[in-house]
Design a binder for this molecule. Structure first.
Ligand SMILES: [Zn+2]
Length: 60
């Protein structure tokens, strides 16, 4: 399928103005220092917040 009509530079650029990817926010785990996403448990040690730590079981 071909486009019916060629799009102008402006129209194409307007569409792509929303295409940029935002960088992923990364916080470092205060327990072990590895990178983790904010508001999530640490992948390495399971730390969430003081007093709450998930026990991780390796699934692989
Ligand atoms: Zn950690």
């Amino acid at each position: 399928m071909l486009p019916v009509q060629r799009q102008t530079r402006t129209q194409g650029r307007k569409r792509r103005s929303h295409d940029a990817l935002k960088p992923v926010h990364v916080a470092s785990c205060p327990n072990c220092g590895s990178a983790r996403l904010p508001h999530t448990a640490c992948n390495e040690c399971g730390y969430v917040r003081p007093g709450l730590k998930l026990s991780l079981s390796k699934e692989d």
